[in-house]
Write a protein that binds this ligand. Structure first.
Ligand SMILES: [Fe+2]
Length: 183
């Protein structure tokens, strides 16, 4: 173990290196909710760049570390698009408890998302609230995460952010959410 690793981990509380996890689906599998072109740009270029810059000691380490953290949650929670993709299990119960129906939850989520100015994220938290993140920040209470940065939607949806959000609900893998989250 190198001195620099020990110093980074012990003194600064940071991991020595970070990586973006492999996708559990193909680059074309989220189409049309997320096109191959967007996924390629977002996953292969942008997300991996946060890890590369962190590992190279370039830029703001907090920003890059949080960027890796959030994108690793984001890309793992997707599956092939399905029109009837209602939440189930613990996450389904959390949504019904706080919003009564999935439709009402989606409306509320959209309201919160559309009020965000600038770059950020929107997520369902473990306490049932819909919360936002400005730029990048590590949060330990994320259940379902939506990337609200322009790079996530602009190429496929131009300015139609609501359409992007509606299609997000078609590709959330609720089984994965239930397996990952301690709701
Ligand atoms: Fe992103």
């Amino acid at each position: 173990m190198s001195y620099s690793f020990i110093r980074q981990f012990v003194v600064e509380g940071r991991p020595a290196s970070l990586k973006i996890d492999a996708l559990p689906y193909g680059m074309n599998d989220l189409n049309p909710a997320i096109s191959k072109a967007t996924l390629d740009y977002h996953y292969e270029h942008l997300a991996k760049t946060y890890a590369k810059r962190y590992n190279a000691g370039e830029g703001d380490p907090d920003f890059n570390e949080a960027g890796v953290f959030l994108h690793n949650i984001l890309f793992q929670q997707y599956q092939d698009p399905t029109d009837s993709n209602d939440p189930r299990g613990a996450v389904g119960e959390l949504i019904v408890k706080h919003y009564k129906t999935f439709a009402k939850f989606k409306d509320e989520f959209e309201k919160v998302a559309m009020a965000v100015q600038g770059s950020g994220w929107v997520y369902l938290a473990k306490d049932g609230k819909i919360k936002t993140i400005t730029n990048h920040e590590i949060k330990k209470d994320i259940v379902v995460l939506v990337d609200w940065w322009e790079h996530a939607w602009a190429l496929d949806y131009q300015s139609e952010k609501k359409s992007y959000l509606k299609n997000q609900w078609k590709i959330i893998n609720w089984n994965h959410i239930n397996e990952q989250s301690t709701i």
